[in-house]
Write a new protein. Structure first.
Length: 363
């Protein structure tokens, strides 16, 4: 059995392999939140045909890549910054803004707090409450915003709760933050999986507000975490200039540029992904709603947070049960405000999801 300190990230398959003696190739990772379709056939073929691209430097300004992303997002390419994964852009933004005090909606991804700490700042959390289904109580939240806060960090849809803030709600938040001179960083890593992406994404708001930056990447939706291609959108041109000035040249390699120019226009792959996730999300949520052993929270993204209602079962128990059957879920007890009664898993292909349901329900 795992000790509390021995928790694994979705990419930690080598550690799982050593710990459990299970070959990583035999593990289906329900913890990584990556598109189960894998990279598109078009992308695979294109990269194979363009291997010689690694013999040349990419365009330092990434003009063509930014144009492709801007068409995908319906935004101005001059509002775009590309980087070596969204992690690099988070780090650069924190270094430039240098917030002394940040407010983070939690429970959420730990990298935000880490980067703020490395930048010499402190992080405080506003808790999304279980009694609200981990949805944001907007009136109460805005009352907690004040002039002592430099930065607000929001993951939308949020990991691990799979809840989301609408664009209308975000506009209210930005208005209040503007009053207190608070910059807002929004991580939209999972927004493309949402049923109503256009109701959630804040990218159109960058045309009206200069106190927001939105981060996205290709790791999850386009199933390319190893590509390390991330991008940010902001209407604050001074911030764009500052990040580009500080950013090292050629942080995106030539193959990643070619991949990016193709994937954002791959409409067939995008439709297939959304159809698969939408169908499995609804099916699995309805299945777990009908069992007395679990409380699933309505998911917006490609993963689901579930509360264990069985008194004698913990998140570690279910992690252990699943991994011994070759499936890796997320024990959520290390997230702020969650305990050993919460697990998270993403939606994979139907046959894999059926195996996980049978494991969780002990069928």
């Amino acid at each position: 059995m795992l000790k509390h300190k021995d928790h694994f990230h979705g990419s930690d398959l080598e550690q799982i392999e050593r710990y459990y003696g299970i070959q990583k190739e035999q593990i289906v990772s329900f913890s990584a939140n990556v598109n189960p379709l894998g990279i598109s056939p078009n992308l695979r073929a294109t990269l194979t045909e363009h291997l010689d691209a690694i013999t040349t430097y990419p365009d330092r300004e990434y003009t063509s890549l930014r144009r492709c992303i801007s068409e995908y997002l319906h935004t101005d390419p001059d509002n775009l910054i590309v980087g070596n994964g969204s992690t690099e852009l988070i780090s650069l933004f924190i270094q430039i803004e240098h917030p002394k005090k940040a407010l983070i909606l939690g429970p959420t991804y730990s990298e935000y707090e880490r980067e703020i700490f490395l930048g010499g700042g402190t992080s405080h959390y506003y808790p999304l409450k279980e009694r609200d289904g981990f949805c944001l109580n907007l009136p109460d939240f805005t009352e907690h915003l004040n002039e002592s806060i430099d930065l607000l960090v929001i993951c939308n849809p949020n990991n691990p709760t799979s809840t989301a803030i609408t664009r209308a709600q975000m506009r209210t938040i930005l208005d209040v933050c503007k009053q207190y001179d608070i910059f807002v960083m929004v991580d939209e890593t999972y927004v493309e999986f949402a049923e109503q992406t256009d109701d959630i994404t804040s990218i159109p708001l960058t045309n009206y507000y200069n106190n927001i930056i939105i981060l996205r990447g290709t790791s999850k939706f386009f199933a390319a975490p190893g590509l390390r291609l991330g991008y940010a959108v902001t209407g604050n041109r001074d911030l764009v200039k500052s990040i580009n000035t500080r950013k090292n040249p050629w942080t995106i390699n030539s193959l990643a540029v070619i991949a990016g120019e193709l994937m954002f226009a791959d409409e067939s792959y995008i439709r297939q992904t959304r159809a698969l996730i939408s169908g499995e999300r609804n099916r699995i949520f309805q299945t777990l709603q009908q069992t007395p052993d679990f409380k699933p929270y309505p998911p917006i993204a490609n993963f689901m947070l579930v509360k264990i209602l069985q008194a004698d079962i913990t998140s570690q128990d279910l992690f252990d049960r699943a991994i011994r059957q070759g499936m890796m879920i997320r024990d959520c007890s290390t997230f702020p405000f969650l305990d050993q009664k919460y697990i998270r898993f993403c939606f994979m292909k139907p046959e894999d999801n059926d195996r996980l349901l049978a494991c969780l329900l002990h069928k």
